[in-house]
Design a binder for this molecule. Structure first.
Ligand code: PXG
Length: 460
């Protein structure tokens, strides 16, 4: 054993002994000998402690939009730490980076979202949203308007409120969720939910009608808000069919239900637009964002607040008893500003829309559309899913969701590619700086992983 091997073994042993990871089966991890230790990143590449170079097909957790190892972001953090490492935004104080970032986000966000409330994670931004929505309807003198509707397979975070908004059964079961006042409707997931012979238009109308049916069932005077991701990311990259979003927007307006669009994954160029809202022409009342706002170089999130809610909040003149020590942290805000500057300077949003996004989507379909294990390839810009199925013609899933996906994910890792499995949908969201050569490498490795999975199953 070399000294390096010993060091890696020590990291693994320490990790197993003392560190409880998020979303992890602890016993299984220990039995497998512990975690893979990631030590360095540059561009779309990661290195692990064993010296393997791995293509990061997931941008970390859908967040490292400008790629790893950016000197200008490190410099921004360093400069800000030397100038003012910390001061808060409570009690009538502020710092220049927090102010500049609030103004910048207001300029980038869809029209009418002119205020930012800062948090540290997407979960906190969504918790803030739940607090604010309740407070808003109280201030409006309509205290019965409290129920929030979200969707199955939605993901909005892990705190009590955000996990309740999320439409994930296993999360709910472990913590007796959802909290009262949060209900779920079907997702616009045609692969699973469309009926045999149902056209995309008919499915879009039926999926959107599920919202109106729930509003009418519970009474519009009790519904505060509808919360949804433009494209459901962690739920398996669910792309809504044409017509779904315009209908949802119409229904929210008709019943005076606030529209909350969770941009935590779709924001900052992922779909070839600054926000998923721009892709679908949405006018959110509230818009949580996180992840790509700093490309993960610092934890920072914001709830963007539309004029209607902001005016009530400001004009009614009552203190909003809510906030975090690190709301608008100056170092995180400085890094966010530097990150947005990189996205703008390098034209990354247009690059995803016009160049690398179409290339990635075309290559993905060429590589997988005819594969016997692949029921559907879907995606927009640099976000995509490859749905692995037992029976392609019948669009039938495997009997135990996740088993085949996990197998494929493990093959992918061995091929030097991070590709996530959501149930049996293999999902990809590479950094926006990925080159065409790197897309080709990604496709080769993904194909090898899917082929190896097919061989395991005796399919060819
Ligand atoms: N909203 C959306 C749409 C998200 O995807 C959150 C809110 C919560 O953000 P924080 O920063 O609290 O994690 C998310 C987070 C995965 C995965 O494996 C996805 C997320 C987080 C961790 C893992 O797909 N999304």
């Amino acid at each position: 054993m070399t000294t390096q091997d010993q060091a890696d073994a020590d990291w693994r042993a320490l990790d197993t002994r003392h560190h409880l990871h998020p979303f992890t089966d602890y016993r299984a991890l220990a039995e497998e000998g512990g975690s893979r230790i990631i030590t360095r990143g540059e561009g779309v590449w990661l290195w692990d402690a064993d010296g393997n170079r791995i293509l990061d097909g997931m941008s970390g957790l859908w967040n490292v939009n400008v790629g790893h190892g950016r000197q200008e972001l490190a410099d921004a953090a360093y400069r800000q730490m030397r100038e003012l490492a910390y001061y808060n935004t409570f009690f009538k104080t502020a710092t220049p980076p927090a102010i500049a970032l609030a103004a910048k986000l207001s300029a980038l966000a869809p029209d009418g979202l002119r205020h930012a409330f800062f948090a540290n994670s997407g979960s906190e931004a969504n918790d803030t949203m739940v607090r604010l929505v309740r407070h808003f309807w109280n201030l409006e003198g309509r205290p019965r308007k409290k129920t929030i509707i979200s969707r199955l397979y939605g993901y909005h975070g892990s705190t009590m409120a955000a996990a309740s908004l999320s439409g994930m059964g296993p999360m709910h079961r472990q913590a007796d969720l959802p909290l009262p006042g949060i209900v779920h409707i079907m997702p616009p997931y045609s692969f699973d939910y469309a009926r045999g012979g149902e056209s995309p238009e008919a499915f879009a109308a039926r999926a959107a009608a599920a919202l109106e049916e729930r509003i009418l069932e519970l009474g519009a005077d009790s519904i505060a808000a509808f919360v949804a991701e433009p494209i459901q990311g962690a739920g398996g990259v669910i792309i809504p069919p044409e017509g779904y979003w315009s209908e949802i927007q119409r229904i929210c307006a008709k019943h005076d239900v606030l529209l909350v669009v969770d941009e935590v994954i779709c924001g900052f160029g992922r779909t070839g637009h600054w926000f998923g809202s721009d892709l679908y022409g949405l006018k959110p009342d509230l818009m949580p964002l996180a992840k790509g706002v700093t490309s993960g170089y610092q934890p920072l999130a914001a709830l963007m607040i539309g004029d209607r809610v902001a005016e009530t909040l400001i004009d009614k003149g009552e203190e909003f008893f809510h906030g975090f020590t690190y709301s608008g942290h100056p170092v995180a805000a400085a890094v966010a500003l530097a990150n947005i500057e990189v996205i703008e300077r390098e034209g990354l949003v247009a690059r995803v829309a016009d160049d690398i996004g179409p290339y990635f989507q075309t290559r993905l379909r060429e590589t997988f559309a005819d594969h016997s294990l692949v029921g559907e390839v879907r995606g927009v810009g640099l976000i995509a899913a490859i749905e692995l199925v037992e029976d392609k013609a019948a669009r039938r899933h495997f009997p135990k969701p996740g088993e085949v996906g996990t197998r494929c994910r493990d093959h992918s890792f061995r091929q030097g590619l991070v590709m996530r499995a959501v149930r049996d949908a293999m999902v990809l969201a590479p950094p926006l700086v990925i080159t065409k050569d790197e897309v080709d490498t990604l496709m080769d490795r993904a194909r090898q992983a899917v082929d190896a999975t097919a061989r395991d199953l005796g399919v060819n």
